[in-house]
Design a protein around this ligand. Structure first.
Ligand code: GLN
Length: 513
């Protein structure tokens, strides 16, 4: 079997046993990228020689019996909003097209310390705003299962890279569903951990109270392997929580006895595609056959989650994105051309004797800020900045932002109550399988509604996982979502692994060849 067909856990076993070198493995994935990524466009950047040099360095340490890290020699792809020292980190935005951070994100430093081989930076929606990857300034990623369809977003490049066997593991980030949605659309396993489980230091911020970094791979075991490296308290992120990190990769194979699953009544209503519902219900039956009990629960405030999110996330984004002014950070327009325009306008107004307009002319600095942001940001990012600025402005703050924070609390309380009687909440990840590229681009509201099942976990701060649970008649993957109380990632992984011992959806391959 080709090396790219192996799960990360299998490949790591081969590397540790000395049956495969990291250089061979890395070369195999680089070849696969070469063969597929012109069609899929999962990567924004691949540095072949750096990846191979790194692999060889790890191999030589291993040959010399020097200590190696937990992921020694294993390729990992990372979303292009994680700062990599001296290497482009674009957030799929023109704004950061030439940005090279002066430091590594904590998760990148951890991957390096674990001796992973960073194989490339993956495509995404600009600044992680989107659910389809169509908002990338550098062109969309395509779903490996059907190249005319979206891979989900915003971590669509990471999901597609794993699904297409271009990387055994990938790192994504999830603010409202951005790991779970693309995992579902591409048929891979992806987890959003509890808020505070993984350090956000060096993650380019979208909505700081919601953003969380997490693992993506073929199986729950692979996700466990990666999460074990990513997770943990970090003094550089004051919101990361100092709770012990279990040995996920060891415990993941332990089944859960007497698992109690909650099915959310409100998740099986209007808007849910029939095939998705059937696959999810069948997945629940699989759990029952494994000894789980199932009960219907209610999350009564869930219906406000999308509205609440689209106040809170843009509000935070409008603040976070204020730094991109072409001075501190970001794209700087052509100053020579701007100065000439300014001068021409001044002359014209002088000739016309329009003293009022002359006095009103923006000064050069304001003009540069405006031009920088007008040129650097794409339409969805601008839409979010406007929404957020509006929601935070005087007179609207109480009516929108403060109200949204109160609803957010109620959403969390719904989960707290549900978890008094169930261990995990189970349900769909997204209302339909992957839609066609272009289908929703002119309808932001229907795009926003696509996240209705994933957003409440971010608002509540809890963890969730998406695992493959079936296919549509059109051959598109369907995901099952499990959600757990705070810091119960271990439970999510063990439950996901149980399912993967009884099913083989996660082993299916997209018809790319
Ligand atoms: N699709 C959602 C949005 O557009 C979630 C994005 C995310 O999780 N980063 O905001």
């Amino acid at each position: 079997m080709s090396l790219v067909e192996l799960s990360a856990t299998e490949l790591l076993g081969q590397l540790h046993a000395g049956r495969v070198t990291s250089a061979e493995a890395t070369q195999a994935f680089l070849d696969r990228i070469e063969a597929c990524d012109k069609r899929v466009h999962a990567f924004l950047r691949v540095d072949r020689s750096a990846a191979l040099a790194r692999a060889e360095e790890i191999d030589s340490r291993r040959r010399g019996d020097a200590p190696v890290g937990r992921l020694a020699g294993l390729p990992v792809a990372v979303k292009d909003l994680l700062c990599t020292e001296g290497e482009p980190t674009t957030c799929a935005s023109r704004m950061l097209e030439h940005f090279r951070p002066p430091y590594d994100a904590t998760v990148i430093a951890k991957l390096r310390a674990a001796d992973a081989v960073l194989i490339g930076k993956t495509n995404m929606d600009e600044f992680a705003m989107g659910g389809s990857n169509e908002n990338s300034a550098f062109g969309p990623t395509r779903n490996p299962w059907d190249l005319t369809r979206i891979p989900g977003g915003s971590s669509g490049g990471s999901a597609a890279a794993v699904a297409a066997r271009m990387s055994p593991l990938a790192v994504g980030s999830d603010t409202g569903g951005s790991i779970r949605c693309p995992a579902a659309m591409c048929g891979v396993t992806g987890m959003k951990p509890t808020y505070g489980r993984v350090s956000r230091y060096g993650l380019v911020a979208f909505a700081s109270s919601l953003d969380q970094i997490g693992p993506m791979g073929h199986t729950a075991r692979d996700a466990a392997l990666l999460l074990e490296v990513l997770a943990g308290h970090d003094p550089l992120d004051s919101t990361s929580v100092d709770v012990p990190v279990p040995e996920y990769s060891r415990t993941v194979t332990q089944p859960l006895d007497g698992l109690r699953l909650g099915l959310v009544r409100e998740h099986f209503g209007e808007g849910l595609d029939g095939e998705v519902e059937a696959a999810v219900r069948e997945a629940v039956r699989v759990y029952e056959s494994l000894g789980a009990t199932v009960k219907e629960i209610s999350l009564p405030h869930g219906k406000y989650a999308v509205a609440t999110y689209y106040i809170i996330a843009p509000s935070e984004a409008s603040g976070n994105l204020a730094r991109y002014d072409g001075v501190h950070y970001g794209h700087r327009p052509d100053l020579g051309a701007m100065a000439a325009e300014w001068e021409a306008e001044r002359k014209r107004l002088e000739a016309a004797g329009d003293t009022a307009a002359l006095a009103d002319m923006d000064n050069a600095l304001i003009r540069m800020y405006r031009r920088s942001r007008a040129e650097g940001f794409g339409p969805e990012v601008k839409r979010r900045i406007m929404l957020g600025t509006y929601a935070l402005s005087a007179g609207y703050y109480d009516a929108y932002y403060l109200k949204a924070l109160k609803v957010r609390r109620l959403i969390r309380q719904d989960f707290d109550k549900a978890f008094e009687s169930v261990d995990l909440v189970a349900g769909p990840v997204a209302p339909t399988p992957a839609f066609k590229i272009g289908e929703k681009v002119n309808d932001p509201l229907s795009m926003y509604l696509f996240d209705l099942y994933t957003i409440s976990a971010n608002l509540a701060g809890i963890g969730g996982i998406s695992i493959p649970c079936g296919f549509s008649t059109g051959g598109l993957p369907i995901g099952l979502q499990l959600q757990a109380p705070p810091f119960e990632e271990e439970r999510l992984l063990r439950a996901a692994h149980m399912f993967q011992t009884a099913t083989d959806w996660h082993t299916r391959r997209p018809p790319l060849d």
